[in-house]
Design a protein around this ligand. Structure first.
Ligand SMILES: [Zn+2]
Ligand SMILES: [Zn+2]
Length: 668
């Protein structure tokens, strides 16, 4: 499909992330991070999906609004009661502490005392932390292992004990009274029922609140302790923030998303996943002392589940357990620059990364991290961030949904690759766009227009002599200057990756200047050298050739097939290159702005004439007495040299000049 879309790609350089070469690079670079002490493993609370039964990274979280209840439960302190509101009463047995805000006067007398956990009747400390919100719930919160990431932070910060409640499969641990062996949601209901029955439920409010879910399956995330591998990203946050300023972001505002993400990072990057498919960790653990041992570089790529470790551990033990986790896919996607350097050619920093906006927090960020860690350099100079194509508001086009009529292969077969490409270039950089197959009719209209205009022009260029530049008439000079002008504008926009705006610039030249005006004006001169003169015809041919070859060169990046066809049909014999895609764009040095002003005055005078005819229900071929030329004084000589053309295209018997003061070309 990529080939049929006309992508200019060197297919011999493709790679697969599961190929031995890439597995080797990925494992090598992991070992490099271990050596740098940037990669480490530890037993700690991790974000865990009980549905997929794997650890996940912060970047894989989504949020979802769910209906729930806020349950007010009484903890007792020396005969007093502290009410605590919680959405997760099933974690009551996991309670390790109550926290209040140090500023909260309501609770100052309780600080440092012990509170008794209702239903389970054991004591926990009452402590203060600024993170507790004064106005949410009752101002007293329970810290349970683990309700959320704050619980995990507090547990570490205040060295609180761990009480096991939820297991990796989403069931409650058997040891938990009343609810052991139940699923989380059933356990929640059961606890609420018990609290109510025992008069321990003060009230229960219905609420809608936002929870973190796994983006892959939509299931609510738990936090459970587990041994995982991490890449340290929190320690060098400042360095990653600084990197944002050293990369050119297109569009600029996407940088803010990156900065917001990095600023709010709370966890190191967990790179191990409890999945079957993926690149394995080149790691074994000593059965005797638990120490991790690593593969030798010449062993890579290695799968520790298939290959035994041969060395002897420091503790004397020779038996090992293989690591069964695999790398998170981003652990390998983040080293694309290094994978591309596999032929030994240094490429970093590469010139540009192209990607969509939803993976700034993963692909962009992780690639920057890895590049800085492995090379000390940024991965690329520029990053270009595109939007999504949506079926309608908020709905992605996907195979699973009914909008699969939008399958690219079918759209290409039905409409042509050029029509698809021309449409795709209409989106603004970084902005989501909607797609409906009807949108392609504009593309098809354009392609037909380009074909017809080219065919017409080429029919008048058959005996062109490009060996010498003829004496050029002002109108011909204008279309050439206007073409140069569009080339300069489009080049600047493309240098900023504004593909859509650049196309718009080329469209303006093609539709408004070339088709609607220039060709209409020059037509008769090309047909009738007997009236207009042979030299004048040559001037027209020269300009027509220049404008059209450059228009198709400009469009070649958008519609590579039709432009190549037009090129092969005619231009190839003069341009001496086998394909239009081997030609370079012109690099005009300077534009005669007076010619552009002349063109503007010319176009508005013609527009007035056409408006007059259509308002009076006259055909465009109707003869009129005179055509009014409205232009500043200095441009009048250019119009005078163009009289024959203007009379021919307006079917007027004479021209009337209305001069405007300088720099004022408004029509009267
Ligand atoms: Zn999941
Ligand atoms: Zn050992």
């Amino acid at each position: 499909m990529w080939r049929s879309l006309g992508f200019s790609v060197d297919w011999s350089l493709q790679y697969e992330t599961i190929s031995p070469a890439v597995r080797k690079i990925s494992q090598e670079l992991f070992l490099e991070l271990v050596k740098q002490k940037k990669a480490y493993s530890k037993e700690s609370p991790v974000l865990w999906c009980t549905e997929c039964q794997t650890s996940i990274a912060q970047a894989e979280l989504d949020t979802k609004d769910i209906d729930s209840t806020f349950n007010y439960i009484p903890f007792t302190v020396d005969g007093d009661i502290i009410e605590v509101a919680t959405t997760r009463p099933e974690l009551l047995y996991g309670c390790v502490c109550l926290f209040v805000n140090p500023e909260d006067k309501r609770y100052s007398k309780f600080i440092g005392k012990s509170a008794r956990v209702p239903l389970y009747n054991y004591n926990i400390p009452i402590m203060t932390d600024k993170k507790v919100s004064l106005d949410k719930g009752t101002g007293a919160v329970m810290c349970a292992t683990f309700g959320d990431s704050t619980d995990a932070e507090w547990t570490e910060e205040y060295s609180l004990p761990y009480r096991k409640i939820i297991l990796p499969d989403g069931f409650i641990d058997k040891s938990v009274p009343f609810i052991g062996g139940m699923k989380t949601t059933a356990a929640r209901k059961e606890i609420i029922r018990l609290l109510f029955e025992k008069g321990l439920l003060i009230k229960s409010e219905s609420i809608t609140h936002t929870v973190a879910v796994h983006e892959r399956c939509g299931k609510e995330i738990e936090i459970i302790p587990s041994r995982q591998w991490y890449i340290d990203i929190l320690f060098e946050k400042e360095r990653f923030l600084k990197a944002a300023d050293e990369i050119n972001w297109y569009p600029e505002q996407m940088k803010n998303r990156y900065i917001a993400w990095v600023t709010n990072l709370k966890w190191d990057w967990c790179i191990s996943r409890q999945r079957y498919f993926g690149i394995p960790f080149p790691v074994w653990y000593c059965k005797g002392c638990g120490k991790a041992v690593f593969a030798d570089p010449d062993q890579l790529p290695v799968n520790p589940l298939e290959t035994e470790y041969n060395g002897k551990c420091e503790c004397g033990c020779r038996e090992y357990v293989p690591e069964s986790a695999v790398f998170d896919t981003w652990a390998t996607s983040s080293i694309t620059p290094q994978i591309n350097e596999r032929f030994g050619i240094p490429l970093v920093p590469m010139s540009m990364r192209a990607q969509a906006h939803e993976i700034i927090r993963t692909w962009t960020f992780y690639t920057i991290v890895r590049s800085l860690y492995h090379t000390g350099k940024l991965p690329w100079k520029d990053i270009m961030i595109s939007g999504f194509v949506l079926a309608k508001k908020g709905e992605k086009i996907s195979k699973s949904k009914s909008n699969s009529d939008f399958a690219p292969a079918k759209l290409i077969a039905d409409n042509s690759a050029d029509a698809m490409r021309y449409w795709a270039a209409s989106a603004r950089l970084g902005t989501d766009t909607f797609f409906s197959p009807d949108d392609l009719s504009a593309s098809k209209r354009f392609i037909t227009k380009l074909w017809n205009a080219s065919k017409f022009a080429i029919s008048h260029l058959q005996n062109i002599d490009l060996s010498k530049i003829p004496e050029l008439l002002p109108i011909d000079k204008w279309i050439m200057a206007r073409t140069d002008d569009a080339i300069i504008e489009a080049t600047e926009l493309l240098n900023e990756y504004e593909i859509g705006s650049a196309r718009h610039e080329i469209d303006e030249l093609f539709w408004k200047d070339f088709c609607d005006n220039y060709v209409e004006i020059v037509k008769e001169r090309l047909y009738r050298p007997d009236i207009h003169g042979e030299e004048e015809r040559k001037s027209g041919q020269y300009a027509l050739y220049y404008a059209l070859i450059n228009i198709i060169k400009l469009y070649a990046v958008y519609v590579p097939h039709i432009t190549e066809y037009i090129y092969q049909e005619f231009f190839r014999q003069y341009e001496n290159k086998a394909s239009i895609h081997l030609l370079l764009w012109e690099k005009p040095n300077g534009i005669d702005t007076e010619l552009l002003e002349f063109g503007d005055a010319l176009k508005s005078s013609i527009a007035e004439m056409r408006k007059y005819k259509s308002e009076n229900k006259l055909s465009m071929r109707t003869q009129i007495e005179a055509m009014k030329i409205i232009a500043p004084e200095k441009l009048i000589p250019l119009f005078k040299k163009s009289e024959k053309d203007l009379l021919a295209c307006s079917m007027a018997k004479s021209l009337i000049y209305v001069t405007l003061p300088e720099k004022d070309t408004r029509p009267l």
